[in-house]
Design a protein around this ligand. Sequence first.
Ligand code: NAD
Ligand code: IPM
Ligand code: MN
Length: 349
Amino acid sequence: MKTHRIAVIPGDGIGKEVVPEGLRVLDAAARRFGLGLAYEHFDWSCETYRKTGRMMPADGLDRLREFDAIFLGAVGYPGVPDHVSLWGLLIPIRRRFEQYACVRPIRLYPGLDSPLRDPAGLDLVVIRENVEGEYSEIGGRLYQGSEGELAVQESVFTRRGVDRILRHAFDLARTRRRRVTSATKSNGIIHTMPYWDERFAAIAAEYPDVSTDQFHIDILTAHFVLRPGRFDVVVGSNLFGDILSDLGAAVAGTIGIAPSANINPERKHPSMFEPVHGSAPDIAGKGVANPIAQILSGAMMLEHLGHGDAARAIEQAVESALGDRRLHTPDMGGRATTAELGAAIAGAL
Ligand code: NAD
Ligand code: IPM
Ligand code: MN
């Protein structure tokens, strides 16, 4: 039996509450399927920052390099500016380990209400470019304190970066319903977005068996609400993919169920698995956070590590728990606690 080495970073806020439930379910899956999972815990967080002035030690990335995967909760908490905490931990991991493909599946679960009038057929995957685009360090602020003060933020779209995420989306579509939708904004953003469209057309030509369409991001958000069932794989830049993944989670019922995989498809470096949601300071410490996004992120991790059977068993256990409204946390309209729901899912395994 091969033992997979997993770096566990609970992080901040509800990350510390949902990660233990994620591990509880992973352990249950490991027992049932005879998997070896060895965890090493890292307490890197905003608390670490307040104590040490760093989100992680200077050699933090080197220490993560040797793991087979990273299992992360959430990063960011009031008291430390978000751009400091996120650029001190989460974003460097995504970048250093070339986790350029952010995979965020969204679907309906029986037993969980969607806020939409017509959610029928909602079953899509947002593929988000994860290491370039609008998230860039290029720019700056000038003339601070004067009336002329200004801030400039550049976006970076490289041919290598755009082509590889588009191919990732098309490859995934071939395993699904063979449709790729591109999120763009080439009417307003006149350099990078027309470039993205051009590369989308070029890559689409390599996949004649996959049908395509494209929408400006503004109307695409409307279609997510009004006709979500028409989408299969939706590919977008770092920022657009970020926005679409929260929207997608919400239309499926709650942000508390949406998992995410930050993948290095070449498997040269560890990939990272974390919920779409953040540290939720408004409910942190109450024990009521929905652990399902974290648990399903664990399923994506097992899938990535070659244990599709265990991943699907976790999904089934989540489905069976969702069928019982007494196990719903407050974001799903219920009164269950994080631990009650986590234990029930582990028990169903
Ligand atoms: P958030 O996702 O943390 O919370 C948004 C809302 O959704 C809140 O009302 C919260 O209570 C609710 N929510 C989120 N997850 C939930 C869950 N599992 N169960 C029940 N309710 C849940 O977004 P935010 O408020 O914009 O961000 C808070 C902090 O988290 C910020 O510091 C932000 O930068 C950070 N953040 C981190 C990540 C990450 O680590 N990947 C992702 C998003 C936000
Ligand atoms: C996410 C988060 C992060 C992102 C933030 C916290 C930097 O919103 O993982 O979706 O935008 O990538
Ligand atoms: Mn986000």
